[in-house]
Design a protein around this ligand. Structure first.
Ligand code: DCP
Length: 217
């Protein structure tokens, strides 16, 4: 059966916080949960252009184009129907707006005029009845920037090799601000302390997984 309004979970947290690992845990439950990883592959090949790489090579030149496309691809994921009753997304249009776009603007990597265009798009999409941005639960994988940095270095994605720890510190602060201080969060928030690895603490996701899987009953 097609679900046009599945119970929707967005998984948030800094770069390197372990979102993909958390998502993988649900691959054992395909009847219950449909998993939507972040569309990095699309960002790497926009009709032959690797916008993801361009964005890291020259943020002042390319961050507007990249965030504009990232926003579009996230919108597509928000809007997708599922066969399973629960939908889990890696990130969302919301963290794009409140963490990444905000950071690029604050750091003066994005012109105020470019930032304004992206904000106007975001506000329009959020209000528009044509799109489904409904979220039911936010799972925040909270890490210290130092741990996230270590993981980013270990996995060594080629585009991210120039990423300084300061970038992760800024993104950490913006996640904290968005998730703990804003008055209009799109859904209930659960926080997982995620500095430990899954091998060190095999039960770290158990409670939240149970909560999510219960929504498929
Ligand atoms: N990114 C960005 N702007 C966005 C979304 C993502 O610049 N609006 C970048 C940051 C990273 C890459 O895309 O270089 C992927 O970041 P995520 O934190 O979304 O995903 P990870 O794969 O790093 O997550 P994790 O390590 O938690 O699995």
């Amino acid at each position: 059966m097609e679900h046009t309004r599945p119970f929707t979970v967005i998984v948030e947290g800094n770069i390197g916080s372990g979102k993909s690992t958390f998502l993988e845990c649900f691959s054992k439950y395909p009847q219950e949960v449909e998993v939507f990883p972040e569309p990095v592959a699309k960002w790497r090949d926009v009709r032959g252009h690797n916008l993801f790489q361009l964005m890291y090579e020259d943020q002042e030149r390319w961050s507007m184009a990249f965030q504009s496309y990232a926003q579009l691809t996230m919108l597509e994921l928000h809007n997708q129907t599922t066969l399973a009753p629960v939908k889990i997304m890696e990130r969302s249009i919301f963290s794009g707006r409140h963490c990444f776009i905000e950071n690029l603007h604050e750091e003066k990597k994005m012109k105020h005029s470019e930032y304004t265009v992206l904000c106007e798009w975001f506000d329009f999409l959020q209000k528009s009845p044509m799109f489904n941005l409904k979220v039911d639960l936010i799972v925040y994988l909270k890490t210290s920037p130092e741990v996230a940095f270590k993981r980013v270095k270990q996995r060594a994605r080629s585009e991210e090799k120039i990423l300084p720890i300061e970038y992760l510190r800024n993104l950490h602060d913006l996640h904290e601000k968005w998730l703990h201080q804003s008055t209009d969060l799109p859904a209930e928030l659960v926080v997982i302390e995620a500095d430990q690895n899954l091998e060190q603490n095999p039960d770290m996701y158990a409670q939240v997984m149970e909560k999510v899987l219960a929504k498929a009953q």
